[in-house]
Design a protein around this ligand. Structure first.
Ligand code: FAD
Ligand code: A2P
Length: 363
């Protein structure tokens, strides 16, 4: 199967309905085919045949602004935030899990204008109180874990998945300001919310897109929204968007008890076995081939044949979210996997990024 710049770019544009008529035949044909056997393998998700047709590219790529014209941003700014009431706040962890991770839902009703958002965006939270200098606390960003319809499908709530930051300093346990504020907050309290922000992690419109998700910890938040949109029956009905592609989630957690939204994902897997694959890396319970902690990049390497077969398809989009520290590991795994096929990962990643098929939000 061939990797070409044209294929990659056309894949990124497949969901943008403005390409008709403005095409010209591409002049530079870049990456050459290096492995004729690449995509064979025993995938439980059958991969679609990559498009092999000669594709042309538009004279001018649409700007980011044009591509996401209808995505709301900064409806509420730090100087005049929206005050959302806490509707629920509960732990997502099982017994013996490490740390604290909560699912928190805010009521957005009564806003003028109404705070609306789409899957893959974030909101800002301004914690109550003041910092050590007596100034209001700064905003912290959180990825939205609900779809635009909210968990109750009424379109007027937003949910977050928040891990309490805790670390040791000089023999003392330090609690993160905003994450502790959120994990402790009681139902009924009001919270200052800004945003929404972010256009990096938006899903393609294409119902036949393939979506590879690489998440560690709370990096699952946007993926939960994508998966709800794809597989929750009420969402499918309301969206009139019937996902038919392949979704593949790689989830990293320290212990089984720390897996977030695991039952929901297992349920999607049993209901949509042809469309959803769920691969877990439980770092403190499983070992990688070298005997170290099992991280998602180890799972990427184990599945590199199938992953690269999917990536060859221009309808495939990749999303990374969670710990910043996972980026070098993922890059290394992709470099190794790509090299086995004679592909230069840095070059390919750049092309995928340009085509909005490689999307990263780490913190
Ligand atoms: P703070 O009180 O602000 O403390 C953080 C500071 O503590 C750091 O800046 C650093 O100086 C220090 N610190 C941290 N760790 C250590 C350490 N080990 N040793 C010494 N010093 C240390 N978080 C989530 O839980 N869920 C999400 O979905 C989520 N989404 C995000 C999306 C985006 C786009 C971004 C940018 C961030 C996201 N975050 C998310 C992280 C979130 O914004 C906060 O950074 C996090 O909750 C910590 O904030 P805090 O106020 O609790 O910590
Ligand atoms: P570990 O903490 O065992 O080293 P959480 O946010 O719930 O702690 O989950 C984050 C997950 O990501 C954990 O399993 C953690 O493993 C793992 N992790 C930590 N560092 C990296 C890294 N550099 N690359 C990939 N995964 C990582």
């Amino acid at each position: 199967m061939a990797y070409s710049e044209t294929t990659v770019i056309a894949g990124g544009l497949a969901h943008i309905p403005i390409v008709i008529g403005l095409f010209r035949v591409i002049e530079n044909f870049v990456l050459q085919r290096t492995d004729s056997q690449g995509s064979s393998g025993s995938s439980t998700i059958p991969t679609s045949e990559p498009e092999k047709t000669q594709v042309s590219t538009p004279t001018k790529l649409p700007s980011k602004k044009q591509a996401h014209q209808n995505v709301p941003v900064n409806t509420y700014k730090p100087k005049a935030p929206f005050e959302g009431k806490v509707l629920e706040n509960y732990s997502l962890l099982k017994e013996d899990a490490i740390g604290r991770v909560n699912h928190i839902t805010f009521d957005l009703s009564g806003g003028n204008p109404q705070l609306k958002y789409v899957e893959g965006q974030s909101i800002g939270i301004i914690p109550a109180g003041e910092d050590a200098k007596g100034k209001p606390h700064k905003i912290r960003l959180y990825s939205i874990a609900s779809t635009r319809h909210g968990d109750n499908m009424q379109g007027k709530t937003v949910s977050l998945c928040v891990r309490q930051l805790q670390y040791e300093k000089d023999g003392q346990t330090i609690d993160g300001v905003c994450s502790t504020y959120l994990c402790d907050i009681a139902k009924g309290e009001k919270v200052k919310i800004t945003g929404p922000v972010g256009k990096e992690m938006l899903l393609p419109d294409d119902e036949e897109a393939n979506v590879i998700m690489l998440a560690t910890g709370t990096g699952i938040a946007p993926m939960r929204a994508y998966l709800r949109k794809m597989f929750e029956p009420q969402e499918r009905k309301k969206n009139n968007w019937n996902f038919r592609g392949k979704a593949w989630l790689f989830m990293g957690a320290p212990k089984t008890a720390n897996l977030l939204y695991d039952e929901d994902f297992e349920n999607y897997k049993s209901k949509f076995p042809e469309n959803f694959r769920y691969t877990k890396a439980i770092s403190r319970e499983q070992q990688n081939a070298k005997g170290g902690r099992m991280y998602i990049q180890d799972r990427v390497l184990e599945n590199s044949e199938e992953l690269f077969a999917l990536i060859e398809n221009p309808k495939t989009y990749i999303y990374l979210c969670g710990l910043k520290g996972m980026e070098p590991g993922i890059d290394e795994a992709m470099t190794t996997a790509a090299a086995a096929k004679g592909i230069n990962w840095s070059e390919l990643r750049l092309k995928l990024k340009k085509a909005k098929r490689w999307n990263v939000e780490t913190y």
